[in-house]
Design a protein around this ligand. Sequence first.
Ligand SMILES: [Zn+2]
Length: 325
Amino acid sequence: MTAPFQDDHVYLTELPDDLRMRRMEAARRRRWRRRLAALAVLAVVAAVAAVAVATVTRDEGGGRPSSAEPAQATSDEDGQASATTYPPDWEPYTGPVPIIGYHAIQPPVEGSAYPELFVPQADFVEQMKWLDERGYEAVTLGQVEDAWERGGELPPKPVVLTFDDGYLSQYVAAVPALEHFHWPGVLNLVAEDADLPDDDVQNMVDANPPWELASHTVSHADLTTLDSADLHREVDGSRRILEDRFGVPVNNFCYPAGRYDDAVIAAVKAAGYRGATTEDPGLASADDPYALNRIEIHLSDGLDGFVSKLQAAESESSSGSGTVG
Ligand SMILES: [Zn+2]
């Protein structure tokens, strides 16, 4: 946050130069797509088998309701979590929420000026498993804002997973890991010259559950150094570019390298964003929608660092406000 422009464009240009890694990742991606296709075939086979079983059960049951049928109970929910997830006395949660910040999900590229911004996939998966085993469920920032502003429902232990800049490894390594848990991510994308190809971004925002697309400016400029015309272009312009290109709403913003001031916040509000994420540590709270804290995860954190950063933010939040239940 205070280091000189942690994830600037010098870093952005490093990954494409490493052709060997790019080829490796492309090959992995092709394998993954083949596996997905195979899984889709299996799913169809399983569905056909389930229908056959249901039919047989019904025929044998002589009109008695078949136990193979209750799947229809959740079929009208548009793929959202079933209402049965929530106890009957559930009340909307409006308290603070951890927002985790990641950059590239791969081992550090040799010679990188910012090796800490790489988290290998094995570490990432371990961190996700830890969250899952303790009852956390990932949601989008939009879902959190819905809960804060208009009574939207959140799971009992929500967490937001954000991925900055747009790296190929986020698609190759983070997407399949989150798919395993049926969790969405939030992609904080630069509108120009991202490492991540547009087709992959489109797949992420079209996934089930869909990733949220948030703006991370056009060129990853330090917004606190710009005049008002350039600031408008980076903040308002990037939103229009991303919405046009990917056909989804872009309602949240992420400050490059966590740099913001009052003029930047005013521009973000004027562009119509609902909220903006920083690199200030702690839990994000509804009190400060344009300066949402994040827990930044680095290469050296591993699982222990991940857990201690999260728990430090949670204990600070609960001792500060006393609103965490
Ligand atoms: Zn960035």
